[in-house]
Ligand binder design. Structure first.
Ligand SMILES: Nc1ncnc2c1ncn2[C@@H]1O[C@H](COP(=O)(O)OP(=O)(O)OP(=O)(O)O)[C@@H](O)[C@H]1O
Length: 343
C-alpha cells in the first residue's frame, strides 16, 4: 500500500518558488493498478518520484506498507528501493552494456552470486519475451523491446511496487498495447502494485483500476475507472474522458444541438451492466408514442463491464417525454439533457 498524506513539493527556481504539489492525499491499495493523469506541468513526475525518494516532499508524508519513508535510515532506504521498481518513458538503459548486463545490474549491485544472477536474468528475459536478445545492445532493439528490458530490470529485485513514469508515451499504439498487457500480467501474476503516471486517458482505461486527476499540484477528482469514466465531474476530467470515449458528433449535428431555437430535446442516455443490450429505446418509443432519433451511439467496455452511451433526440408531447424519461431511468440507466454538447 502507498499512502500520500498532504504531500507538498515546492521547487526553488532562482528567486521564484514553484509549488509543484499542493497537498496530495491519495491511497493506493496493495494489488491495485492506480493511474494518475494530468496535463504537462500538473505535478505527476514530482508525485511519483516522492515514492522512491528521488524527490523528498517539502511537507507531508509518503507511507509505503505503513512506513513513513522520510524517517528511514540509509540502509532502510536501500532496502525499500529494492522493493520499488521503476520504469521510464525513455527507458534509461545503459547503451554500452548488453541486454543481459542491463537486467543483471540491480542484482550485481546487490552482490547476488553469479550463478543466481544468470538464472534470474534468464527467467526475467523469458518472462518479458526477449530470451533470445541477451547479447544484443539496447541500440539494436526497438522501443517496445527496450521497455521490456526496462521492465525486466525493474523486476530483478522482486519488488512489491512498480512505478511507471509515462512508460508508453514514446511508443506507437500497437507497442503501447503490448506493454500494457505485460504490465497487467505483472500485476495479476505477481500481485505487484502498480502506480503509473500518464497524460493518455487510453492507458488509464486499458489497465487501471483507479484513477486520480491531477491539476496544478492538486487531486481534482479520483475514483474507480468505471465511476470516473461514466460520470466525470470536473471539466478537466471531462476533457480527458472525451479524448478516448470517442463520442464526438459531426459539426452539422453539433450546430443542431446548439441551436437555441430547436424544438426537440436531446438527451444523453448511459447504460451500464445488464441494461446494455436491452431494447429499451424501442419499447419506450412505442409505449409513449414518441419519435426517437439516435444521433450517436456506442458500446465500450470499462473494467470488464459493458457501458453504452447514446445521444437521442426525443420528439413528442412534453408530458409524454417526461413519462418516458421516468420509465427509462433506473440504477443502471442514467439520462440527462444535453444542453451544450461542446462544454
Ligand atoms: N527540479 C525542478 N526545479 C524547478 N521546477 C521544477 C522541477 N521539477 C519540476 N518543476 C516544475 O514543477 C511543476 C510540475 O512539474 P512535473 O514535472 O512534476 O509535472 P508533470 O505533470 O510531470 O509534467 P510533464 O508531463 O511535463 O513532465 C512544473 O511547473 C515544473 O516546471
Amino acid at each position: 500500500m502507498i499512502q500520500f498524506e498532504k504531500v507538498a513539493k515546492t521547487y526553488q527556481s532562482g528567486k521564484q518558488e514553484i509549488h509543484a504539489l499542493n497537498g496530495i492525499d491519495l491511497t493506493v491499495e496493495t494489488g491495485e493498478i492506480y493511474g494518475v493523469i494530468g496535463f504537462s506541468g500538473a505535478g505527476k513526475s514530482s508525485l511519483i518520484r516522492t515514492v522512491n525518494l528521488l524527490e523528498r516532499p517539502t511537507s507531508g508524508r509518503v507511507l509505503i506498507h505503513g512506513k513513513d519513508i522520510s524517517t528511514l535510515s540509509s540502509k532502510e532506504i536501500r532496502e525499500t528501493r529494492k522493493d520499488i521498481g521503476m520504469i521510464f518513458q525513455h527507458f534509461n538503459l545503459l547503451n554500452s552494456k548488453t541486454v543481459y548486463h542491463n537486467v543483471a545490474m540491480p542484482l550485481i549491485l546487490a552482490n547476488t552470486p553469479k550463478n543466481k544472477i544468470k538464472e534470474q536474468v534468464k527467467d526475467l528475459l523469458d518472462f518479458v519475451g526477449l530470451a533470445d536478445q541477451a547479447e544484443k545492445y539496447p541500440d539494436q532493439l526497438s522501443g517496445g523491446q527496450k521497455q521490456r528490458i526496462g521492465i525486466a530490470r525493474a523486476l530483478a529485485t522482486n519488488p512489491s511496487v512498480l512505478l511507471c513514469d509515462e512508460a508508453t508515451s514514446a511508443l506507437d499504439p500497437q507497442t503501447t498495447q503490448s506493454i500494457l498487457e505485460l504490465l497487467r500480467r505483472i500485476n495479476r501474476e505477481y500481485n505487484i502494485t502498480i502506480l503509473l503516471i500518464t497524460h493518455e486517458m487510453g492507458v488509464i482505461r486499458e489497465i487501471c483500476d483507479k484513477v486520480a486527476v491531477l491539476e496544478a499540484g492538486k487531486v481534482i477528482e479520483q475514483g474507480s475507472v468505471f465511476e470516473v469514466f461514466t460520470n466525470p465531474k470536473q471539466p478537466t476530467t471531462q476533457r480527458f474522458v472525451r479524448s478516448v470515449m470517442n463520442d464526438d458528433l459531426p459539426e452539422s449535428l453539433l450546430n443542431q444541438i446548439q441551436d437555441p431555437n430547436r424544438s426537440h430535446t436531446i438527451y444523453r442516455v448511459q447504460f451500464t451492466g445488464p441494461s446494455v443490450g436491452q431494447p429499451l429505446m424501442s419499447r419506450v418509443s412505442r409505449e409513449f408514442n414518441l419519435d426517437l432519433n439516435v444521433l450517436f451511439g456506442n458500446i465500450t467496455e470499462l473494467q470488464g463491464a459493458p457501458y453504452g452511451n447514446l445521444i437521442v433526440e426525443f420528439s413528442g408531447k412534453p408530458a409524454e417525454i417526461e413519462q418516458a424519461l421516468k420509465a427509462i431511468r433506473s440504477d443502471t440507466v442514467k439520462v440527462e439533457e444535453v444542453k451544450n454538447y461542446a462544454s
